[in-house]
Design a protein around this ligand. Structure first.
Ligand code: NAP
Length: 289
């Protein structure tokens, strides 16, 4: 039962209808017996300032931020943590008595999922496919965890050049068109291959980035941050060639769990969050078929 004591949480974005965060957080809050409620709020870009100031005034304990506000929200916040500052994007805001601090918990989500599966990034050679919004958190996670070599493969290197130049102040990063021959040489020696493109995402399950599977090191870990479907064509191929594989569900749960802890001070049940996520995804996919 919600009362006058109930603390408010939520997510802002546009569109917001299919956000998985409300169900993930509300189930975890319920399981932890915490007096909070988490709601989805559609916020159009032209009213972002009013919305953020409104959440501050209404004393929301915190909120998540999703597309298209992850970058535009930066000047509206009072302070940023190291990851949000480095990436230039915020996915979580904490409201401490009117002071709004921005975080990026996607970085933790990405790294912690790998660690849970026994893969340690330090000293490893990594190839990342794609250079969009999610890739920023992935690249920063790899830099922070001391990857030894970092290569990005994309369909349009000119478009990715600014992002790569930005992160080159932290480590040497190679950028290739993913059909360039020299890119294959990078793939061959990779310990970890990460797909951050939406290729293969529901309902376009028959797409995947171009990878010469037969040439890869069979021990290479293959990670697709897509979470719908649970096993993209990219991961199916990787599994066929004997690679250890991981999808994006645990990254999503990890970023949510980190936000939950920032707001409530408590560790949520990752299992409850994952089950809520998988149940909702299954329902959404049935409805969309
Ligand atoms: P984005 O900002 O649009 O970036 C997508 C990247 O993929 C860009 O480099 C883009 O290249 C490339 N790309 C897009 N369509 C392509 C195509 N048809 N062929 C080749 N390259 C293509 O998207 P995003 O926000 O980074 O999200 C990417 C994926 O990550 C989505 O599937 C999303 O669901 C997933 N994601 C997962 C999590 C998680 O927690 N697991 C979190 C965030 C995102 P161009 O620049 O050339 O268009």
């Amino acid at each position: 039962m919600y009362t006058g004591n109930t603390k408010n949480l939520g997510v802002i974005g546009d569109p917001i209808l299919h956000s998985l965060s409300p169900v993930m957080h509300n189930q975890a809050l319920l399981a932890a017996n915490l007096d909070y409620v988490y709601i989805a709020m559609q916020v159009k870009s032209h009213v972002l300032t009013e919305a953020v100031n409104g959440l501050r005034s209404l004393n929301f304990r915190g909120f998540n931020v999703t597309i298209p506000h992850k970058t535009n929200i930066l000047p509206l916040l009072d302070t940023l943590d190291e990851d949000a500052q480095a990436i230039g994007a915020v996915n979580t805001v904490v409201n401490d008595n009117g002071c709004l601090k921005g975080y990026n918990t996607d970085v933790f989500g990405f790294v912690s999922a790998l660690e849970k599966h026994g893969f340690s990034i330090a000293g490893k050679k990594v190839v990342v496919l794609g250079a969009g919004g999610a890739a920023r958190a992935v690249i920063w996670g790899l830099i922070k965890q001391h990857a030894a070599r970092l290569t990005i493969g994309v369909r349009n290197p000119d478009k990715a050049a600014d992002l790569v130049t930005y992160f080159r102040k932290y480590m040497d990063i190679r950028l290739f068109h993913w059909q360039q021959e020299s890119f294959t040489a990078e793939l061959v020696q990779a310990d970890l291959l990460v797909n951050t493109t939406p290729l293969g995402m529901f309902p376009h399950g028959d797409a995947m980035p171009p990878v010469p599977w037969e040439q890869l090191n069979p021990a290479a870990f293959v990670y697709d941050i897509i979470y719908t479907p649970t096993k993209t064509l990219f991961l199916q191929k990787a599994a066929e060639y004997g690679h250890p594989i991981l999808n994006g569900e645990e990254m999503l749960v990890g970023q949510g769990a980190a936000a939950f802890k920032l707001w409530t001070g408590q560790e949520p049940s990752a299992e409850v969050m994952l089950t809520a996520l998988q149940t909702t995804l299954a329902k959404q996919q049935t409805q969309q078929k």
